[in-house]
Design a protein around this ligand. Structure first.
Ligand SMILES: [Zn+2]
Length: 240
C-alpha cells in the first residue's frame, strides 16, 4: 500500500487545492486521505502547528511515527525493514537514550516506528488537536467563506463531527452568505449536511478541471483590468 502511495500521482482535485492556495483562497484543507498526495502538490504534511494548511485526519502512509516520542520519519527510507518484517527503533529516542546514559540517568527503551495511519474503529490520538483547529476556524468564519466538500460520502464519525461543528457555527452566527458545497457524482446527500447545501452532482475530478479553468480565466481577466474591480471569487462556486 505504501509503495503504491509513493508512486501515486496527484489528481485534478489536488491541483485545484494548489491553485486555490496559490490564489490565497484556501483557509484550511481537512483530508481523509492517507496517501500523502497533498505533499506532492506542495502542502506541508509534516507541519503540526496551528497555522498549517493541511490537516491529515487519518494520518499519512508516507510516514512512520514513533510510538513513544511521536517523531515522524519518511516511510520510503524504511521500506526494506518493513518488507523483512523487522522492528525499527526511533533514532530520536536512541539519541535521547545516549544523552541520558552520559548523564547517568535511568535508561528507557527506545520507541518503535509504526505506520502513521488511523485504522478503522481505533481511537484518533490527534482528535483533540484537530478539534482545536476546527474550533479556531469556526471562530474566524465569515459570510464570504465556503465549505467545499468533495470525494467523501461523509460516513466516518470524525469528519461528520467536523462538518457538524461548522454547520452549527454558520447557523449560530447567522452567516447567510456562507455556503456549503458538496461535490459528489451520486444524488445521495449525507444527512449531516443542511438542506441549504449546494449539491454539485458531478465527478470531483471534472469539478476540479472546471474550477481551475474558471479560476485561471478570472485571474487573467483581473490582470487585464489591473485590479480596478474588487476581488470577488464567489461566482466560481455558483454552479447552479
Ligand atoms: Zn521516539
Amino acid at each position: 500500500m505504501a509503495k503504491a502511495a509513493i508512486q501515486a500521482k496527484p489528481t485534478e482535485f489536488h491541483r485545484l487545492l494548489r491553485v486555490l492556495d496559490d490564489c490565497g483562497l484556501l483557509k484550511r484543507l481537512y483530508s481523509q486521505n492517507i496517501d500523502g498526495l497533498e505533499a506532492k502538490v506542495g502542502f506541508d504534511t509534516f507541519a503540526t502547528d496551528k497555522t498549517r494548511k493541511c490537516v491529515l485526519l487519518h494520518g499519512n502512509l508516507a510516514t512512520l511515527q514513533c510510538d513513544k516520542c511521536t517523531c515522524l520519519y519518511m516511510l520510503e527510507n524504511y521500506l526494506s525493514f518493513l518488507e523483512r518484517g523487522e522492528s525499527i527503533d526511533c533514532l530520536e529516542c536512541i539519541q535521547r537514550r545516549e544523552q541520558d546514559n552520559a548523564l547517568g540517568k535511568r535508561l528507557r527503551a527506545p520507541g518503535q516506528l509504526r505506520p502513521n495511519i488511523l485504522l478503522y474503529n481505533s481511537p484518533c490520538t490527534a482528535a483533540e488537536e484537530i478539534a482545536d483547529l476546527a474550533m479556531k476556524d469556526v471562530r474566524s468564519l465569515h459570510k464570504n467563506h465556503v465549505l467545499l466538500i468533495g470525494g467523501t460520502s461523509l460516513q466516518i464519525p470524525g469528519i461528520k463531527s467536523i462538518i457538524q461543528t461548522f454547520k452549527d457555527a454558520m447557523f449560530r452566527k447567522n452567516l447567510l452568505g456562507c455556503e456549503i458545497i458538496y461535490v459528489d457524482i451520486t444524488s445521495n446527500s449525507p444527512s449531516v449536511l443542511p438542506e441549504s447545501t449546494c449539491h454539485v452532482q458531478m465527478d470531483c475530478q471534472q469539478f476540479a478541471v472546471n474550477a481551475i479553468s474558471k479560476l485561471q480565466h478570472r485571474i487573467s481577466d483581473e490582470n487585464e483590468q489591473s485590479g480596478k474591480n474588487r476581488r470577488d471569487f464567489r461566482p466560481f462556486w455558483d454552479w447552479n
